[in-house]
Design a protein around this ligand. Structure first.
Ligand code: ATP
Ligand code: MG
Length: 289
């Protein structure tokens, strides 16, 4: 553990684990204020890999995006021989993955409460020329005040207006078809992933499903969005329209984050009604990373 970090913070219990990093709770030494510290083990990342390029990107991107009410705030970065330590705003209040796994489905109104700040965070990234590239429920955190914070910018990339980027990055259920196809792509990959999240919250299962990663990728490439009547009959035409526009295989026709925010469903009460949850809808959501 870095000496400088230990001088400024009292590092406490582990909060979570990622691919290369462990996240700890830490208290600022002079005030006792709680934070989260993400410690990335540089030795686990090969020198020439894509992940290596992403290592410093994460802190750089977060510094550019902060402060924003819906983006996880960064406070400090410490580096020593083996670790990069990023001091972050603490989000003790669980993540969206846990919230989805803990229940059957969300009502439209409940999904709307999640989608508004999530899309505001994504629009903020896109305004600043940043593509997140790994929008998924486990990267959407909630703090003690139940405020949503978009997190984990380890896969983020900078993009200029009209420019395209490449690289297969993301998580099977949430990744956009143009990424799977190995084509160049833009910030609209994040809108696709947010559309998948909206679909999962409302339906209780993912729109593109398979038993293995290759099968999921095949389903994503077909991009055939279905609204099974058993589940979607009781949902508003507005939310189905929004889902079609977010999950459009045609990137030109796919909505931008700003257009999503301007869609009637986002501005409204999310259908207005709180949908009763039927017992037979109780299906676990299988989400793989
Ligand atoms: P991956 O790339 O596998 O998603 P990662 O190495 O990029 O993971 P994060 O997703 O940033 O790491 O964090 C790993 C876990 O630590 C999260 O799933 C979450 O449970 C916890 N965590 C991350 N940031 C915070 C925070 N600010 N407050 C509380 N817990 C956090
Ligand atoms: Mg993560």
């Amino acid at each position: 553990m870095s000496e400088a970090l230990n001088r400024d913070y009292r590092v406490s219990e582990e909060l979570g684990k990622g691919r290369f990093g462990v996240v700890f709770k830490a208290y600022l030494s002079n005030s006792g204020e709680p934070f989260a510290v993400k410690s990335i083990d540089k030795r686990l990342i090969a020198d020439d890999s894509v992940d290596r390029q992403c290592l410093y990107n994460e802190a750089k991107v977060m510094q550019l995006l902060s402060p924003n009410p819906h983006v996880l705030r960064i406070f400090h970065v410490y580096e020593d021989e083996c670790f990069l330590h990023i001091v972050l705003e603490l989000c003790n209040g669980s993540d969206l993955y846990q919230r989805i796994a803990a229940r059957t489905v969300f009502s439209e109104a409940e999904a709307n409460v999640v989608m508004r700040p999530l899309m505001e965070a994504i629009a903020h990234c896109h305004h600043l020329g940043i593509v997140h590239r790994d929008i998924k429920p486990d990267n959407v955190l909630f703090n003690d005040w139940n405020e949503l914070k978009l997190a984990d910018f380890g896969s983020a990339e900078f993009i200029d207006d009209g420019q395209l980027i490449s690289g297969v990055v993301g998580t099977p259920y949430y990744v956009a078809p143009e990424v799977v196809a190995g084509r160049h792509y833009d910030e609209k990959v994040d809108v696709w992933s947010a559309g998948v999240i909206l679909y999962i919250m409302l339906a209780g299962f993912p729109p593109f499903y398979g038993d293995s990663a290759p099968e999921i990728f095949e389903a994503v490439l077909r991009a055939n969005v279905r609204f099974p009547t058993r589940v979607f009959n009781s949902l508003s035409p507005e939310v189905k329209d929004l889902l079609r526009r977010m999950l459009s295989k045609d990137v030109i026709r796919r909505f931008s984050a700003e257009q999503v925010l301007g869609h009637p469903w986002m501005a409204g009460e999310g259908g207005g009604e709180i949908r009763p949850v039927a017992v037979e809808e109780a299906r676990p959501v299988a989400v793989i990373s």
